[in-house]
Design a protein around this ligand. Structure first.
Ligand SMILES: [Fe+2]
Ligand SMILES: [Fe+2]
Length: 413
């Protein structure tokens, strides 16, 4: 967080929304400014030092897309975020594609999530100011990313619309995508989700896995599809290897906690975070093709660790790039935190236990032969982590066996 109190500007034409935002954040140490139109917002920006703008999309006169495009042009150091309902998805897709907004907060929002997203966005602003050239170049590259595929946005929109939400609607959306349907059936038949009888319909798979897991599997698949549309991925990048590694990490994360606690929501969260912890690697290989080749060279020939090589070439890491990407796609704050800290879990200030578990699973996946060969961690740190989780040799052997059993069902086809 910045030394001086950060300033957040909310722009919305509905007085009721502005009022509830002010009330929601009155205990935070932020200066809150409010504007009821894009023009009023621009006037405030010209007069005040603002760190973050959160804008509505649909407003009379100057709409949110035009407003944020002007903010980008005139005040490029200000972080820009949309507050948007599902009905505005086309305007939002344009704004993301053009880099006017760096992320979206869905409306209606959940108070704690909104607070967390704003805190992360303010940190992003601090980072941006501390190393402006490099990070603004990375953020510009992220702005060139394609939006997530329609199926994910459709699923998310359908689930956000709680009044009209039905399971059949979710099933219909998934059934239209053969590859996704097959993927969900594979997971539903995995011992990991406690199923003994064969699951052979998408509807039963959806009921068994639950909405959070379904959403994360669709998201993971959507991210690889979105990134695979970029033309030049480095030839030395092992995409199937990363997919296998991510699945292993998800499985191991869930197995690690299954013996220590019986909390279904937490079990789902560690699985999701394990699956997505390395999305930054995919982004580095897809967006920074030339730099990736130099990182690969340092790892293979100079025997540097991945994180050291990334710092040398990009002055940041795949963990930070993954976190920026997940903020841009408005993924839940717990995911942003785990992705950002998964190589330094003991330093995590938020979602610490979740981060430690995923980080241990990441390490164990590599030990059990499902690593990405360039991702290594420090040996001392490894022992500290294993001790923290009380992973005895017998427990490690059970985890290795559990991984083999579950991964057998889910080998990439
Ligand atoms: Fe990683
Ligand atoms: Fe990893």
């Amino acid at each position: 967080m910045q030394d001086a109190q950060p300033t957040v500007l909310f722009v919305d034409d509905e007085p009721g929304i502005l009022k509830s935002l002010r009330r929601l954040f009155m205990d935070e140490e932020w200066t809150i400014l409010l504007a009821d139109s894009g023009l009023a917002g621009l006037e405030i920006l010209a007069a005040e030092q603002v760190d973050l703008v959160v804008s509505d999309v649909r407003m009379p006169g100057m709409d949110g897309v035009e407003f944020l495009s002007r903010v980008k042009e005139r005040f490029p150091g200000v972080v820009r975020v949309f507050l948007s309902g599902y009905a505005e998805k086309e305007s939002v897709a344009t704004a993301l594609a053009e880099g006017y907004a760096l992320q979206i907060i869905p409306k209606p929002w959940i108070d704690d999530e909104l607070r967390e997203i704003i805190k992360n966005a303010l940190n992003q602003n601090t980072d941006l100011n501390s190393d402006l050239d490099n990070l603004s170049c990375i953020i510009d590259s992220l702005a060139n990313l394609p939006p997530l595929p329609e199926i994910y946005l459709e699923l998310k929109g359908c689930m956000a619309d709680r009044t009209n939400f039905t399971l059949d609607h979710v099933v219909d959306i998934i059934r239209r995508d053969m590859a996704l349907s097959a993927d969900l059936l594979h997971w539903a038949n995995s011992a990991l989700f406690g199923q003994r009888r064969k699951v052979d319909t998408v509807k039963r798979a959806v009921m068994l896995l639950g909405i959070d897991i379904i959403e994360s599997l669709v998201l993971s698949e959507s991210i690889s599809r979105a990134l695979s549309t970029l033309s030049a991925r480095s030839s030395s990048f092992d995409a199937p290897g990363l997919q296998r590694h991510s699945m292993s990490c998800a499985i191991l994360s869930r197995l690690i906690i299954s013996s220590t606690q019986d909390n279904a929501k937490f079990a789902d969260q560690v699985f999701i975070a394990g699956l997505l912890h390395d999305i930054g690697l995919l982004a580095v290989a897809s967006l920074f093709n030339e730099q990736y080749a130099r990182i690969d060279e340092l790892i293979r020939h100079k025997k540097q660790s991945l994180v050291d090589a990334e710092w040398q070439i990009l002055q940041t890491s795949h963990a930070e790039i993954g976190a920026l990407l997940s903020e841009r796609w408005s993924l839940p704050p717990f995911l942003v935190n785990v992705i950002r800290n998964h190589h330094e879990p003991l330093k995590a200030l938020q979602d610490r236990e979740l981060t430690i578990i995923v980080s241990a699973a990441d390490l164990l996946a590599s030990r059990f032969g499902y690593g990405v060969d360039y991702e290594q961690q420090e040996p001392e740190f490894t022992q500290e982590l294993l001790d923290y989780l009380q992973l005895t040799p017998q427990r490690l052997e059970q985890l290795r066996q559990g991984l083999e059993d579950n991964l057998g069902v889910n080998e990439p086809q």
